[in-house]
Design a protein around this ligand. Structure first.
Ligand SMILES: Nc1ncnc2c1ncn2[C@@H]1O[C@H](COP(=O)(O)OP(=O)(O)OP(=O)(O)O)[C@@H](O)[C@H]1O
Ligand SMILES: [Mg+2]
Length: 250
């Protein structure tokens, strides 16, 4: 279980998140929505221990372990994965090399290398990406949509228990979006991970049917609800949804 308690985060002396709270139990799907610049990607990077972000207050625990004491590798060992909004290109390291190294580190590399290769081929076929991607440098010279699918390939191999998806749907064509959404649904049904989904689009949520939806504004969660809150936002925008909340509190 992920528990974020009263977290305040700064970058270059600017406060980006303030007293941010979020709890994600095992198997729950949470969605974080909010206007551009609200701090959504920041929270995903803070969980992965990106040291550009200074934590000035609060805590993050995962299964009662202090995430703030871990580095990015240790967070990955806890089986937490982020597909980031702008996946990094790594020239000189292939997907297969990286995945083999990580699985070895987790003691999860199949003893039989053929089995590892067969699994990668199967995943490429599922995601409709060329098998040649297996031996391409990580995200290097890939199109925006290809990078997202390439990162999803990593996810299917590494099988995280907490999956963070930061706008995985941006840059995907309509067929790719359907395929990615349905593949994620299949992953959820097989593995029951916890999920934190950041999105501005309805499609993924139509298919994944989240348990909770949160609206982040000015570094704080200002409203939480169920899937209907997302539907309301897609229809009326953030202004209306946040205003109706204020009305409720008057
Ligand atoms: N490394 C950084 N250095 C300086 N400012 C940053 C950094 N990271 C984030 N910010 C600032 O923090 C704020 C929140 O950024 P963040 O990327 O978390 O927004 P977001 O909610 O993900 O927006 P979007 O919907 O556009 O992706 C922005 O004003 C951004 O400019
Ligand atoms: Mg973002």
């Amino acid at each position: 279980m992920l528990k974020i308690d009263n977290l305040t985060v700064k970058v270059l002396d600017k406060t980006i998140l303030e007293n941010f709270n979020l709890e994600i139990n095992d198997g729950e799907i949470h969605v974080l929505m909010g206007p551009n610049g609200a701090g959504k990607s920041t929270i995903s990077k803070v969980i992965m221990r990106d040291l550009n972000y200074e934590i000035t207050k609060g805590s993050i625990t995962y299964n009662d372990k202090d995430l703030l004491k871990m580095n990015t590798t240790e967070v990955a060992r806890e089986k937490i994965s982020l597909i980031s909004q702008s996946p990094m290109e790594i020239e000189g390291v292939t997907n297969a090399e990286m995945l083999r190294t990580v699985l070895n580190d987790l003691n999860e590399m199949p003893a039989n290398v053929l089995e590892f290769n067969r699994n990668l081929v199967k995943i490429c076929q599922k995601l409709n990406i060329p098998e040649s991607f297996i031996h391409r440098d990580i995200n290097y010279n890939m199109s925006g949509g290809e990078k997202k699918k390439n990162e999803l390939m990593h996810l299917f191999v590494l099988q995280p228990k907490l999956v963070i998806l930061d706008e995985i749907d941006s840059g995907l064509d309509i067929d790719a979006l359907n395929l990615v959404a349905n593949s994620l649904k299949e992953y959820y049904e097989e593995n029951h991970p916890s999920m934190l989904i950041i999105t501005h689009q309805p499609k993924l949520l139509e298919i994944l049917k989240p348990d909770y939806v949160h609206v982040l504004k000015n570094g704080k969660i200002v409203q939480s609800g169920d899937y209907n809150l997302a539907l309301e936002i897609f229809k009326n925008g953030f202004g209306a949804s946040i205003m109706s909340r204020n009305d409720l509190h008057e």
